[in-house]
Design a binder for this molecule. Structure first.
Ligand code: SF4
Length: 377
């Protein structure tokens, strides 16, 4: 999530606001929303203050390099900063639902905490209400969103009401869908277009349970997947390519083909070098280039079972050329970078590039700019 240094009018509410330009305030203003008016001059600032004094209590001025009109932001308490929850111009949009989790994955990019952060449900609903344009896809992430129970359903209902054309993608380990009450709270009567992104790290319990550091997780996740299928929900399986997973990837691909043929697709994902992945570096840092044959074999198996798949967070130069057409630009805009070596690479436009923190962590493979001649097959 972006943090932007700002100057803010005094005594603003520490909650969600939409950023609007002074010129467009009149056309966007609504009594049930809050607005930060992006000011570039003393006149705009004085004008905003005058409007507020005259009774428009839901507006306040803001000044900050890097803010954009339409941003959905929330001020950080005791700091001259805002968090940008959503930005219209981004290719990927997601809302953070909770930092709590019931798993403890070796490569977790967002290590869980225990504190009660139930207020994030209200913030997410507020963000959805303040969003000016409906994004084609909106992700809900965590932590583990299923821990929110009815809170998650409230967010889904708000999205359906405010943005009926938006497809929702919920990143969940799926384990709590083995609990009937959770299933009823979240899935009963759910008709909106939703896709559940569920990680599966092995074809057997000891591999998956080891990766998520939780005994019994494999059985619960498989139970959750079957529940989603029974409720007619779309599923994307997610496989993060760390060493313990790569060692069994062909077997996992065959397991999916034989036992979970109903999944919409399988996402094979490069590991994000941050959070627990740094602490478990010896298991998480891989050179994908050295696993090319395993990736090709697993992809062949998925194709044999007619299961669509894609690669995410994997630069093209880390993959065998036979898999380039399956690779997607998937890294969220605010954490996406390219290395200096990428300048002049013939496939940069279609390459996912790297996570911004690759220098503190690692690259998924040695970066090797592709020459134009190599792209002709
Ligand atoms: S050199 Fe850079 S742009 Fe080219 S394929 Fe590798 S990571 Fe992508």
């Amino acid at each position: 999530m972006r943090r932007i240094k700002v100057r803010l009018q005094a005594q603003v509410e520490m909650c969600v606001h939409r950023v609007v330009t002074y010129e467009n305030l009149a056309s966007e203003w609504s009594p049930d929303l809050r607005f930060f008016v992006l000011v570039f001059s003393a006149e705009n600032q004085a004008g905003t203050e005058a409007l507020r004094q005259s009774g428009l209590a839901n507006i306040a001025w803001i000044e900050g390099k890097g803010l954009q009109e339409g941003d959905i932001v929330v001020p950080v308490r005791d700091k001259q900063e805002v968090l940008v929850l959503l930005r219209e111009a981004d290719a990927h949009h997601s809302l953070f639902m909770t930092n709590r989790c019931n798993s403890y994955c070796l490569m977790c990019s967002q290590p869980p905490t225990l504190g009660d952060d139930g207020w994030l449900v209200g913030e997410a609903i507020d963000a959805v209400r303040h969003l000016r344009k409906s994004p084609p896809v909106l992700g809900l992430t965590g932590g583990e969103p299923l821990l929110l129970g009815t809170g998650l359903r409230q967010v889904l209902n708000a999205i359906e009401q405010e943005h009926p054309t938006t497809h929702v993608e919920i990143l969940t380990n799926g384990r709590l869908f083995s609990n009937r009450q959770v299933v009823s709270d979240i899935l009963d009567g759910l008709t909106m277009p939703a896709r559940w992104l569920v990680p599966l790290y092995g074809h057997c319990n000891f591999v998956h349970d080891f990766v998520v550091q939780t005994q019994g997780a494999f059985d619960e996740t498989i139970g959750g997947l079957l529940t989603l299928q029974a409720h007619g929900q779309q599923i994307q399986l997610r496989i993060v390519l760390i060493e313990p997973v790569l060692r069994v990837l062909p077997e996992l691909a065959a397991f999916i083909g034989r036992n979970l043929p109903f999944v919409r697709e399988v996402a094979l994902m490069g590991c994000e070098p941050i959070g627990f992945a740094l602490a478990n570096r010896e298991l998480c840092e891989v050179n994908l280039h050295e696993w090319g044959e395993t990736l090709e074999r697993s992809a062949r198996t998925l194709r044999r079972f007619s299961i669509p798949y894609l690669f995410m967070n994997a630069p093209l130069c880390a993959l065998p050329q036979s898999l380039w057409s399956d690779a997607h630009r998937s890294i969220s805009d605010w954490k996406n970078e390219y290395a200096a070596e990428c300048d002049g690479c013939a496939v940069k436009e279609s390459c996912s590039g790297l996570f911004s923190w690759y220098e503190r962590g690692w690259k998924p493979a040695p970066i090797r700019p592709i020459k134009q001649a190599e792209t002709i097959v």
